[in-house]
Design a protein around this ligand. Structure first.
Ligand SMILES: Nc1ncnc2c1ncn2[C@@H]1O[C@H](COP(=O)(O)OP(=O)(O)O)[C@@H](O)[C@H]1O
Ligand SMILES: [Mg+2]
Length: 266
């Protein structure tokens, strides 16, 4: 059984805001009847140009956006119809890392408050235990626990992304949607974050949906690649198959458009 399964997920938005997406009766089909599975422990890369629906799909899987139709099954649980304690448990298990390390962190909160907030919301630990857990997760993402008393503006883009990762991991989730987590960073900082995500995947037994518009990054990280165009998955296959024997013309376009990018090995 896959860890996560999406069946015929669809999400439309009122049109007017954008030049992208296919339009139907004044609506943009951001996600159009998408079905996919994600196996425990794997990294599924989700690639496609800007506006193809990647973020909407990722957020719909986590129920940060309610789909119009379709199902999401996580570890045998119906995400769309979960409520109460079942929904709270699902929310612990499924987290997101955002693209923008500058916008994603509340500037008025200390790093300790930012990283500790999910623990406070979900409760069940004393303040001292929460501080201990927060300090532990800071070390895991390569930051000193002294950072907990400081504010986001005191950190570089790469450090802020580590803080965002710490917040996502502090509840020990099993599944992470990483939504373009290195797209706002320069290449060397981005490759450090990519290597960190790989390390954390091993240490915490994580399953990733790794969203990117960059085929080289996805090729480097993913076991399988899903290609999205105009709200639809046009191709899903192993990284080897998709990058060496693409079946869909759009995949070939993406491969041809992206130059080789160097990513330093850990
Ligand atoms: N909240 C929203 N309201 C209206 N349109 C949206 C909203 N979010 C996304 N869209 C539109 O849905 C389409 C897919 O967007 P998105 O999922 O952000 O794509 P991607 O992450 O691949 O760049 C785009 O046309 C986008 O403008
Ligand atoms: Mg996006």
């Amino acid at each position: 059984m896959p860890l996560l399964e999406a069946r015929h997920l669809s999400k439309t938005f009122a049109s007017g805001q954008t030049a992208f997406g296919t339009r139907a009766a004044g609506r943009i089909r951001a996600v159009n009847a998408v079905s996919l599975t994600i196996e425990a422990g794997e990294t599924l890369g989700l690639v496609g140009e800007s506006g193809s629906g990647k973020s909407t799909l990722g957020r719909t899987l986590l129920r940060l956006i309610e789909p119009d139709s379709g199902e999401v099954i996580f570890d045998g649980h119906d995400v769309r119809h979960a409520n109460g304690s079942e929904l709270r448990r699902l929310r612990r298990d499924m987290q997101i890392i955002f693209q923008d390390p500058f916008g994603a962190l509340d500037p008025r909160m200390t790093v300790g408050q930012i990283v500790g907030e999910p623990l406070t919301i979900h409760g069940g630990e004393s303040p001292a235990a929460r501080r201990h857990t927060a300090a532990e997760i800071m070390r895991a993402v390569g930051l000193d626990s002294s950072a907990l008393g400081r504010y986001p503006h005191e950190f570089s883009g790469g450090q802020r992304q580590r803080i965002g990762i710490a917040r996502a991991l502090v509840l020990r989730p099993r599944f992470i949607v990483a939504d373009e987590p290195v797209s706002a960073l320069d290449v060397s900082v981005g490759s450090q974050i990519v290597n960190l995500l790989q390390q954390l995947q091993r240490d915490f037994s994580l399953t990733y949906l790794f969203i990117s518009h960059s085929m080289p990054i996805v090729r480097y990280l993913a076991n399988r690649i899903a290609v999205m165009q105009h709200g639809e998955l046009v191709e899903v296959g192993t990284t080897e198959q998709v990058t060496t024997a693409p079946r869909h013309a759009y995949t070939r376009t993406l491969l041809a458009a992206t130059p080789e990018m160097e990513l330093s090995s850990p």
